[in-house]
Design a protein around this ligand. Structure first.
Ligand SMILES: Nc1ncnc2c1ncn2[C@@H]1O[C@H](COP(=O)(O)OP(=O)(O)OP(=O)(O)O)[C@@H](O)[C@H]1O
Length: 356
């Protein structure tokens, strides 16, 4: 695995990375829940969305615009498809970076059918002029198409059929308030509990026709970083291992052995995460240490450490970012089976920096 040539750090090819790779995209279509009942977890979001959709259906109206925010792989695309299915409407899928000019957006909007769902992924990455066109489209179902340039330019108003915009973003805070305010329903998607991920894994194993024991699913769920996409990906790798090294059936032992081969540890940390933690603990006594120094110590770019490894370590309470540098928490020492220097000095005699 190569960490170096990653222009978008989240796009790094990681087994525990939450961005979809080519293989994911092919399998994900088959594994997506098709309606709200099949969608696991996110109880509040499901309940609220169910009300929004039922009420719209009862009125015979198009559903209000929906904004979904949350980390990659938590089910935003899946929910947008469910919204379309529940409204018995077609869906058009595009993304912010694909809409660089207002004209790109006008072309999409003017070709929508009545009631159609427009899914706009990474909506925070749309260009400014397109964003402004979207305000009017969302509110009045109308756009002004500018024809010509300079003083002779004229705005031709174009009526649009009512449609439902489903915007998705990993960074709700980056959306300008006028855009955020135009969504009738906003939902924040949380990371999943391990028991919910177990249900995701059982469901996927069933669809993939793979036998799995309850404790095998629990083992994979505990390493999936709260993310269904990662759970499904780890399941596929464990399935490979079970097929090649055993009879294809997934037990806890098989899951453990397979994930040891792929260097995903009991808490879901991979090789890079562990390298960062080990350097912080073993070379710098738990910090504080500057990001650049830490990056040099693990032979990675600053950005890779900061954007690929750190968010999960911080979320897990293993590392803290402080004004004086990166600091390991007591949980980090415990996770690597090491004893902090302070505890040694206190003479508890439980070993040293390099292992107990
Ligand atoms: N609640 C869920 N229940 C079952 N499977 C789920 C759930 N949420 C997501 N998945 C599965 O996880 C995978 C990723 O989901 P999805 O593509 O919807 O995530 P996303 O949030 O749109 O990610 P991105 O932001 O990268 O587009 C899909 O295969 C989907 O089937």
């Amino acid at each position: 695995m190569n960490w170096d040539d990653t222009t978008d750090p989240e796009a790094a090819e990681r087994l525990v990375g939450s961005v979809a790779d080519g293989e994911d995209q092919a399998v994900e279509a088959a594994l997506r829940p098709k309606d709200l009942d099949e969608f696991i977890g996110q109880e509040k979001v499901r309940e609220q969305l169910d009300l929004v959709l039922r009420a719209a259906r009862a009125r015979g109206a198009t559903a209000d615009h929906v904004l979904l925010s949350g980390a990659p792989g938590l089910g935003k695309t899946t929910l947008s498809m469910i919204i379309a299915a529940e409204m018995d409407a077609p869906i058009r899928i595009t993304s912010g970076p694909a809409i660089q000019h207002a004209g790109d957006l006008a072309a999409i909007l003017s070709s929508l059918q009545e009631g159609e769902v427009l899914f706009l992924d990474e909506i925070h990455r749309m260009s400014r002029p397109a964003e402004e066109m979207l305000y009017m489209a969302m509110e009045d179902f109308r756009v002004d198409v500018i024809v010509g340039k300079g003083p002779g330019a004229t705005a031709i108003p174009l009526e649009l059929p009512p449609f439902t915009l489903v915007g998705a973003t990993t960074r709700a805070g980056l959306l300008p308030p006028p855009l955020r305010d135009r969504f009738g329903f906003t939902a924040h998607m949380e990371f999943y509990e391990p028991t919910e991920l177990e249900r995701v894994i059982h469901r996927s194993a069933n669809l993939l026709d793979v036998g799995i024991e309850a404790d095998g699913a629990a083992e994979i769920a505990g390493r999936s970083r709260g993310t269904p996409r990662i759970a499904n990906r780890l399941l596929r790798r464990v399935r490979d291992y079970a097929q090649v090294k055993a009879d294809g059936h997934i037990t806890r032992e098989i899951a453990e052995a397979a994930l040891a081969v792929y260097e995903v540890d009991a808490r879901g940390l991979d090789r890079l995460d562990r390298a960062v933690l080990e350097a912080l603990l073993k070379l710098f006594g738990g910090g504080p240490v500057g990001l650049s120094t830490l990056a040099v110590a693990v032979g990675e770019e600053r950005e890779t450490v900061e954007e690929v490894a750190e968010p999960f370590l911080v979320r897990e309470g293993l590392l803290a970012r402080t004004p004086r540098g990166r600091v390991a928490t007591p949980a980090a020492w415990a996770h690597l089976g090491l004893v902090p220097p302070g505890a040694r000095a206190a003479g508890n005699g439980q070993g040293d920096l390099f292992g107990v």
